[in-house]
Design a protein around this ligand. Sequence first.
Ligand code: MOS
Length: 702
Amino acid sequence: MTTAPTARKGAVGTAHTRVEGRDKVTGAARYAAEVPFAGLAHGWLVLSTVARGRIRSLETAAVLAMPGVLTVLQHGNAPRVDTGYIGLLGVPPDPTCAVFQHDRVPHMGWPVALVVAETPEQAREAAEALVVHYEEEGYDIAFPGERPDAYPLDGHLPAVVEKGDLEAGLAASAVVVDAEYTTPEEHHNPMEPHAATARWEGGRLEVVDSNQGTTWVAGELASLFSLDPASVRVRSEHVGGGFGSKGLRAHQVAAVMAATVLRRPVRVVLTRRQMFSLAGYRSPTAQRVRLGADADGRLRALEHRSLSLTSTVYEFVEPSAATARVMYDADAHHTANRVVRLDVPTPSWMRAPGEAPGSFALEAALDELAEKCGVDPIELRVRNEPERGPVSGLPFGGRHLLACFREGARRFGWADRDPRPAVRREGRWLLGTGTAAASFPVMARPSTAAVTAEADGTFTVRISAADIGTGARTALTQVAADALETGPDRVRVRIGDSDFGPAMIAGGSMGTRSWAWAITAAAAELRERLTPGAGIPPQGITVRSDTTAAVDALPPKERHSFGAQFAEVAVDAGTGEVRVRRMLGIFAAGRIVNPLTARNQFVGGMTWGISMALHEEAVRDRASGGHYGADLAGYHVATHADVPRIEADWIDDPAPDPDDPVGIQGIGEIGIVGAAAAVANAVWHATGVRHRSLPIRPDRVI
Ligand code: MOS
């Protein structure tokens, strides 16, 4: 290999189909529940059928006599686990994952037993036959708009940030918007259900899993079971979707317990219905936004308060009010994220946690302000573009929101828009267009990578990255090829194995950015180690990187991706049905590694925004504490027929941040941000009616 300047066109920035695409479409790629093991036993979880109380007894004897049944794990016989630790992500474990440790039932769908049998069918039949006697207690599942026991919760962001005198700012404002917005409980439910197989092999615990971070899950299992971290290996090669739901969950822990007790491999797979209580979900939100502005639309006062729920066993906050801290400035600027504890499963990260519901409320309120001021919604945002971080005062590491609006407006045809609502009709359809802004933080976490120059002139990268369907494996192949000054066909990237060492999870839109950083560092050092013309030994030459110091040295800035969302809707004046006719999203997200898979990410997020605006809503039955229709028939999501035309594109980053050594930003989450608001704003433009509660169902429209 040569270190001389090369005329080679880089792989980054060019379209590449997925390196594992052929394996996936031919069925050669194995997902977690498909990996074969000799002597495999199958566990089936039994979930509580009451919303709160205690387990009085379980009739296990009858079940143990059923064909093929090997054991029934429950709180009376399960191995003990330790939950008194802080995990890789800096938070204690959700006790929901520490299964079978006590007889309390804190919500409907709580794991009360694992039935293990020779076949999945035997396990399922026995699990469904297991009679559990409960001592039932009263429960509280009603998510309210406000209540006295709600309290501020920090999460990864401060709960409350206040500057200036809010009431004085509102009083001095010529125009005030004061509105409440609600979003319902929403579920991610990836196509591939959660699945894990645990076994002990050569004194090590090995788990074949479907997750968003193998070192993360391995670390949690080591802590829970008090094992030497080096004795735990978690593999997760192909993942059929994650969206925040695939971290440590009850089924991996149950599988490890059963494998330990039975001394044979045990697989536990969640059913679609079980995922509605065991895989996390997005909390419902009740948000109040108050905006005060001068007559020309310049903000004087901004308040965004959000309430979400958490369970009685764990604190999780959906930080919906935080996006205002980045988007808009005002002399008086108050934001607060609060929670209330209810007898429900613990909510969790779900694509753009905080930003997705928060942008619905904030960007819809901006649209209401534009209407009241008689200012075009895009012009309103131009007038409120901050110079620095509104709350932090830090400089932006690039803020290209207005460039996105300019390009989006041009392509969407915004200039011709008549601002008046409810004046366009096409037969029974009322037509309207709407827009909204999007942003998502750009972060990175320390990661390690190993790059090997093989004797045959190819390269192998090993990193415990996760490709949850995003195309990360392909993107990293392109990044490595450029860093090694070779072609992607000469690089193989191996991921999804905790033995490759610590790395960031596929989450927070910082996976590819964090992993690319580590791979680039290792590749650069490897290139220095290679002597032109010298041979490479049979075992190859390997260099390992660790970006901890580099990540810590990054100067603090407001680093975010931005975007502008546009939607055109048609509303059936007779039935109230809303159809999205077209959608356009223009994003500014740094260097785009692979236009093909990047477009998939943006379009996927935007499609989910349509789904959020019009379809998705998990409803709990107050009489039982459980869901109505906890499956993909009862829980409505946007399908192809709901999304006739959806386009995503991006602007070339005009001024890359010189302090940022990576240049790659996250794109996994920003596509959903602002998308629901753009649709809701278009529905107002079509009908003249503001819909502040999602989803915008036909019965709410008429
Ligand atoms: Mo994403 S919700 O950070 O997996």
